[in-house]
Design a protein around this ligand. Structure first.
Ligand code: SF4
Ligand code: SF4
Length: 393
């Protein structure tokens, strides 16, 4: 799962507008299912936690089916099968079929490298509605190096072609950083050539693995400005042909993003081991007890009543400067995981905010890293990371 930008389908977006989840904490319409952390790729910005769930901990096929049935019962309309690499699970077709039978819209978020045409066709027959494929660049040399997986880029292009041949809608997800931002114009063209409906230009968000790799990934201000200009120009030029979603890194912003639409307000995901989380990175915050679907509680109960979901809901938990800030109901103080990672206290103001006492220090550090020489990656894996060989960087 390269990132967690999850565009709702158009019909869901309309429904979303009609319902004020922020007021009611109603069950989200779409849920991310990280069905495994196993993945043949080793992206240095992977949004999975640094402490990955091993396969022995993963929910069984029957447990995932029970989760899917429960989600459909409580009003969820859409599920994203993600990971790790969801196709690493042998039961994916069975899970998609079950989701489809319960009336859920299904999206597959994949690196694509394990797919065969037959498997993709089986998934389509099982009711799969949409495919999102992540790309690391525009050509094999860089893309395979970023992914730490030889032959990956070529395979992704092939699977994207099969996806459209099977008449499945396609989203191209491109995670951008200092070492591939220069390829953005070609990435936009690649999305067009692949007949994608949607392109996500997602600048790396710096938690977990990406935070460990920040010095090798952080773009310069000039690169980001150019990226924004290119996206705006392409959006205008390609209106009606290609929808472009754009995620900016908040390090260079003055105000933080409204992370996940606010903690426990619009989103939850379920980890491979079944823990119900307010965001994919939430387990990086120590001291919070995230309940599992294996507990005695229902998913709806966990969403509404669990201590972890309620800890940072609303504004009552805030410290200054958020506490008395006019934007507190707009951005909810930014990202709790980023606040924890950079300040050691998840209740602090996200340092991406210019009003945080740490903002300037962190911005200057990031700026220095962006201008620095570091280009070697620490690859993501179950062993806690492996440094890229010096000659490859
Ligand atoms: S290593 Fe890459 S492809 Fe695999 S889950 Fe992480 S981001 Fe996705
Ligand atoms: S101080 Fe807090 S609420 Fe105000 S803009 Fe910054 S992060 Fe948002």
């Amino acid at each position: 799962m390269s990132d967690v930008t999850i565009p709702p389908s158009d019909s869901l977006a309309v429904l979303e507008k009609q319902r004020s989840t922020a007021e009611t904490f109603g069950i989200p319409l779409a849920v991310l299912l990280e069905i495994t952390h196993r993945c043949p790729l080793q992206c240095p910005y992977c949004s999975n936690p640094v402490e990955l769930d091993r396969s022995a901990k993963e929910l069984t096929t029957d447990e995932w089916k029970k989760v899917l049935s429960e989600l459909a019962e409580i009003g969820v309309l859409q599920v994203h099968f993600s990971g790790g690499e969801p196709t690493a699970r042998k039961d994916l077709v069975e899970l998609v079929k079950h989701a489809s039978d319960t009336g859920l819209y299904t999206n597959l978020i994949t690196s694509a490298v394990l797919l065969t045409r037959e498997k993709l066709s089986d998934l389509a027959d099982a009711g799969l509605c949409h495919v999102q494929i992540s790309f690391q660049g525009i050509e094999e040399g860089l893309a395979d190096r970023v992914a730490g997986y030889k032959g990956g880029h070529r395979k992704k292009l092939e699977v994207a072609k099969w996806t459209r041949e099977l008449d499945l809608p396609l989203t191209v997800n491109a995670v951008m950083h200092r070492q591939n931002l220069h390829q953005l114009p070609d990435i936009i063209q690649m999305a067009l050539d692949l007949d994608a409906d949607r392109l996500e230009v997602a600048n790396v968000q710096y938690y977990g693995w990406a935070l460990k790799n920040r010095a090798a990934l952080m773009p310069t201000v000039a690169q980001l400005d150019e990226c924004t200009r290119l996206v705006e120009e392409a959006r205008e030029r390609l209106k009606g042909r290609l929808t472009i979603d754009y995620v900016v890194p908040d390090y260079y912003a003055l105000r933080p993003k409204k992370c996940m639409g606010g903690w426990g307000r619009q989103f939850f995901n379920i980890s491979p081991a079944g823990r119900v989380l307010p965001c994919h990175a939430a387990e990086s915050i120590t001291g919070l007890d995230f309940l599992s679907v294996r507990s005695n509680h229902s998913i709806a109960w966990i969403w509404q009543n669990s201590e972890a979901f309620n800890r940072y809901r609303g504004t009552g938990w805030m410290k200054e400067p958020c506490k008395s800030c006019e934007f507190r109901e707009i951005d909810f103080g930014g990202c709790r995981c980023q606040a924890f990672a950079l300040t050691g206290d998840a209740a602090n103001t996200d340092p991406a905010c210019a009003l945080s006492p740490l903002h300037e220090t962190i911005f200057k550090q990031a700026e220095a890293e962006a201008e620095g020489e570091t280009s070697r990656f620490l690859y993501r894996n179950f062993a806690g990371g492996t440094l890229e060989p010096e000659n490859d960087a």
